[in-house]
Ligand binder design. Sequence first.
Ligand SMILES: Cc1ncc(COP(=O)(O)O)c(C=O)c1O
Length: 438
Amino acid sequence: MNSPAHSRSAETGSIAGGVMSLNRMIDPMRVFTRASGAYMWDETGKRYIDYHAAFAPYLLGHGDKDVDEAVIASIRRSESLMGAGTTPWEHEIADLLVESVPYLEQVQLTNSGTEAVAFSIRLARAATGRNDVVFIQGGYNGWMDSVAFNLMDPASTFANHRGGEEHSLRPISAGMHTSTPQGAHAVEFNDREAMQSLVETGQIAAVIVEPVLQNIGIVKPQPGYLEFLRRLCTEHSTLLVFDEVKTGFRHALCGYQSICQIAPDLSVFGKAAANGYPLGVVGGKAEYMAYCCHPDAARRVLIAGTYNAHPFVVAAATATVRKLKDRGEEIYTHLERLGEQMESGLRALFAKQDYPTTIVRVGSAFVVYFMDHEPVCWSDIARHNDAERDVRYRKALIDSGVFHFPVTTKQGSISFAHIQADIDETLEITEKVLEQLN
Ligand SMILES: Cc1ncc(COP(=O)(O)O)c(C=O)c1O
């Protein structure tokens, strides 16, 4: 690992911090040079079976031919960024998204999930005339100031927190405004009482929630929780925003909302929607989306961006969504089958260990928790998961050629490019890793 790229330190190299996007920091640092299908390679030529999938967008696998060829064809057709007026391709992807996801009546495109979440908050504030937003402890909705709080805080930082209450706010970054009230509130996933106390105040513009909490592995909604959120938000004229940046397209073409059959007011998508190309989608009920062209300028929400609906990204999204639509049964059946094999294989291997583990999976997304029960929220994980063993497990897998992000609870993502032999090889490697792990 002595390449010029790797030997430059965070302090002296041209990249502040040594890596672009500090969430990608890993220890030890590795230099990756290419990826294809289910694999990626580092600069030494070592191959890894990839379950990180760049934080999950590669649902079809790295370099999916249909998606990449659509991008190349778009370039060849001179579909440049015009930055004025509209284009046929942005209408095409908007129609496709609205046709595919039943609860989307209208959409706008952005360059990232973060931007899409930011716009959803603006729309909710404009529509309700309220400031405050509730989000979920341990969830990640992007890096902007309005939601950059309360991520994977150690249990010691909230020792006095009790279920049924909101958390104190803990920023995830320095440099955020400290003197202005943020109007942000964090509650635990599945904690109905805490959510109810906040929403009942009548001050809440939006509840932003991942329908399955996937920043911290796979935390499923308890039966009735999402229905409860829907009812509560409706009763108090609060907008329910589903952050489907991770769940959308991965679990079903129509989003997790089609599986749980709960209609959010607004939804946010990204990641798998363009199979690795930089896209965010904000959409939902036309009555709320219409605030971006409200006749009263004072009530109009600005949704803008030089690169929004960039033709190459739109080409990627159109090809991805089309493929998921045309070959959905084959793709989601394949993902479910491999997911099931991974889950049962891991269960059998971990059952032989003398420490507690719990494997949780939804379709192609899975995680091993080093605790004796399926968690219901972050505080449950922070208090019971053996994070140190989890990270050792991940690092040992990486050394052996299976890549999971080496931070505790980060979900594994199987892609359509993975095949049975990859799962078999992964389980063989896992067995050897577990023999060494104590
Ligand atoms: C659930 C969720 N929402 C929003 C975001 C932010 O998306 P982006 O990184 O594209 O800005 C992420 C990113 O990991 C996410 O997982």
